[in-house]
Design a binder for this molecule. Structure first.
Ligand SMILES: [Zn+2]
Length: 674
């Protein structure tokens, strides 16, 4: 019965079908599951087999703030339903939030994705091998990233809408773009910060949204959602790359080497919309002029989109393009075009301002339109962007050839772990590093094999290295948005020299992964005490474990010499003495072997050095049981935080002690300290 339709009913169904398809072609803007009407030309309809944001997250985008978990859930749902979308988790935050990106391109490009990626890599690794005819057949790679400041939340909402648009859109605007572009869509640059922010606004909002900026929803509690778990500004961490968000993102960036990277932010409520180019006199001189020309060419596409809805915007009046640790500037020194977007923030769902009432959905709309214009411009100027990246890297080899500096030496003899951490940082930027092949003396400092890294100038990342190592003292424009200097060897306090002249004989084996080492134990287990050097970076971690296990430890206040393996070894002030036996109660059995194996384990894990002294009597300086030595005990660390303190400074201290050194830190509320 059910399969048997009368011709009349079939006709009605056909007419309804026609009506529906006609409606969707003319009114596709309303089909976008969004709180506002947005003109989206070149899209005939949206594929109903792709889940809408509302069907997964439970609300129409723009009507409340979407949590990071909801965003990830939506991206997973779309990846399951669409043959244009592959979802990749590239890292995890301190709080366990997944860091994801969707690779969005045509199904046929997905079928040859690895070939596209490796061909794209040749633009930077072997630029001379890529001709115009190769470029003609290459898709452009566009990395679009959102809301690195977690409380600048309209970007991520737009990313949700944009994914739906790319996955479900049917029509030339989407089909053509995805055949000529690979989009890396990264909706959550900073999920931990967004979690704090979204939690705050959603739980401080009544049924009726309040635009009064004195309202609780508009005023986040300390530390706010801008920063990551340890209250670091991730949009200063692209160069130092100290956090999992940055490290994971850089892996994606360098695995792909996109030609464009966009970075969606928010600014003051009373402003309009900003896109780069920024203030021309504040461009970094290491960035070639062509980068800014292409930034300007892309800007015309943003302008056109925003003009189509009458949105206000500006360029060139503010924001510099100087510090390579920012998301919109880092790409500029990697052969790509970085673009900063700044949308006036509603912060809450609706906000009063001098410029009128600002609705969250309005801010999301502008970010969405800037996402569309980025892809439009990328596809239209595809050959220009690809050619620029090839030329950028070809020129880098050329510039390195012309440079008087042939290599840089990083010494690991003093502060070995710090030098290794610097080398690890450089590897995150795909810098080529070598072991030192032979002794070399520069300006009175001797570098020896096993105690230094060599970084040759003649490599693809020459420009980035120059920018990271140079000591600029004068600037064309001495006004900055904020960060003005970042000479990395100074930040890591390592021995460092430029090498002029031929360096071929200095280049030892190329290093892929830098594994910290240098942990050592010297002498026999049967000695009277272990002496630990305090020079190593992770010595505090090793000492904390020794004290936690109940061993006694004392810090020497003066230099001394101790007998180890029959030889006299000198130790500086601050060295730590751990008696092998120490005090014990009647009936207890001392266990020097247990301490010996702990010491070996600590040397291995923390790259610290221990010596077993044969006798407590020292040839020079105080004896090991020195009256002047300080008895050490486990510290109880309290860190004053909360309103009235700087979250950046306290976050930095918290991160160093807890994350780096593994020490328990009590975060004390300033308001509770009398
Ligand atoms: Zn921002």
């Amino acid at each position: 019965m059910f399969a048997c339709f009368s011709p009349r009913i079939l006709l009605i169904v056909a007419v309804i079908g026609l009506t529906l398809s006609w409606t969707s072609e003319t009114a596709v803007a309303q089909d976008l599951p969004f709180h506002m009407d947005v003109p989206v030309e070149g899209v005939d309809s949206y594929d109903p087999s792709i889940p809408t944001p509302e069907s997964v997250v439970g609300h129409v985008i723009g009507t409340r703030h979407t949590t990071p978990a909801e965003v990830v859930e939506y991206f997973r749902a779309v990846a399951r339903a669409s043959d244009r979308v592959v979802l990749v988790q590239h890292a995890e935050t301190y709080e366990g939030n997944p860091l994801i990106h969707a690779i969005v391109t045509s199904p046929s490009n997905h079928g040859r994705l690895e070939r596209i990626r490796t061909a794209n890599q040749r633009l930077s690794d072997a630029p001379e091998s890529v001709g115009a005819e190769d470029i003609a057949g290459m898709p452009i790679v566009v990395y679009q990233g959102y809301s690195i400041h977690g409380d600048e939340s309209s970007g991520t909402e737009a990313a949700v809408l944009y994914l739906y648009h790319l996955a479900a859109g049917r029509g030339p605007a989407v089909d053509d773009a995805l055949s000529e572009a690979v989009v890396l869509l990264d909706p959550l640059f900073n999920p931990d910060g967004r979690d704090r922010f979204v939690d705050w606004v959603n739980r401080n909002r009544g049924r009726v949204p309040v635009s009064d900026t004195q309202d609780r929803e508009h005023n986040q509690e300390w530390p706010g959602g801008r920063t990551n778990h340890y209250w670091f500004d991730l949009n200063r961490d692209w160069l130092p790359a100290q956090h999992p968000e940055s490290q994971g993102r850089l892996r994606v960036f360098h695995d792909w080497r996109p030609q464009i990277l966009t970075d969606h932010h928010e600014m003051g409520t009373g402003s309009t919309f900003f896109f780069q180019p920024g203030i021309p006199s504040r461009n970094n001189p290491n960035t070639p002029e062509r980068t800014f020309e292409l930034t300007g060419a892309l800007a015309e596409y943003h302008a056109r989109r925003l003009d189509s809805v009458g949105a206000g915007y500006y360029t060139r009046e503010s924001f510099d393009d100087f510090y390579y640790g920012k998301g919109s500037t880092y790409p500029d020194i990697n052969g790509a075009i970085g673009v900063l977007f700044e949308q006036a923030s509603s912060r809450a769902l609706v906000s009063d301002s001098d410029a009128g009432t600002l609705h969250f959905a309005f801010t999301v709309r502008n970010q969405f339109l800037a996402s569309l214009s980025t892809l439009e411009g990328a596809v239209a100027l595809r050959r220009e962007f690809l050619t620029h990246q090839r030329d950028f890297y070809a020129d880098a080899f050329e510039l390195a050839d012309q440079s008087a500096v042939e290599a840089w030496l990083i010494g690991a003899k003093r502060g070995r772990t710090r030098a290794e951490h610097l080398a690890q940082l450089l590897r995150r930027h795909r810098v080529e590093i070598h072991e030192l092949a032979g002794d070399v003396r520069v300006d009175g400092t001797t570098y020896a094999p096993g105690e230094a890294f060599v970084v040759p100038a003649g490599q693809a990342q020459y420009r980035l290295l120059k920018a990271a190592f140079e000591r600029t003292l004068s600037y064309g424009d001495s006004l900055f948005y904020d960060v003005s200097t970042w000479t990395l060897p100074l930040a890591f306090d390592v021995d460092f020299h430029e090498v002029r002249g031929d360096v071929d004989e200095l280049l030892g084996q190329r290093i892929d992964a830098v594994m910290p080492g240098g942990g050592e134990t010297h002498g026999e287990l049967g000695g009277v005490a272990w002496i630990m050097s305090w020079q190593e970076f992770y010595a505090p971690s090793a000492l904390a474990e020794i004290l936690d296990r109940g061993y006694a430890a004392r810090m020497m206040r003066q230099e001394f010499t101790a007998v180890v393996d029959g030889r006299n070894i000198s130790f500086p002030r601050g060295s730590v003495v751990i008696p092998t036996v120490g005090r014990y109660m009647p009936g207890e059995e001392p266990d020097p072997a247990a301490l010996g194996s702990l010491v070996e384990d600590l040397a291995d894990r923390y790259h610290v050095r221990f010596w077993a002294a044969e006798t407590a009597l020292t040839p020079e300086g105080p004896d090991l049981g020195a009256r002047s030595a300080a008895t050490l005990s486990s510290p109880r660390i309290g860190l004053v935080t909360g309103s009235g303190t700087s979250s950046y400074l306290s976050g930095e201290a918290w991160h160093a002690m807890s994350e780096r050194f593994g020490l328990p830190v009590s975060l004390l509320e300033a308001s509770r300290i009398g």
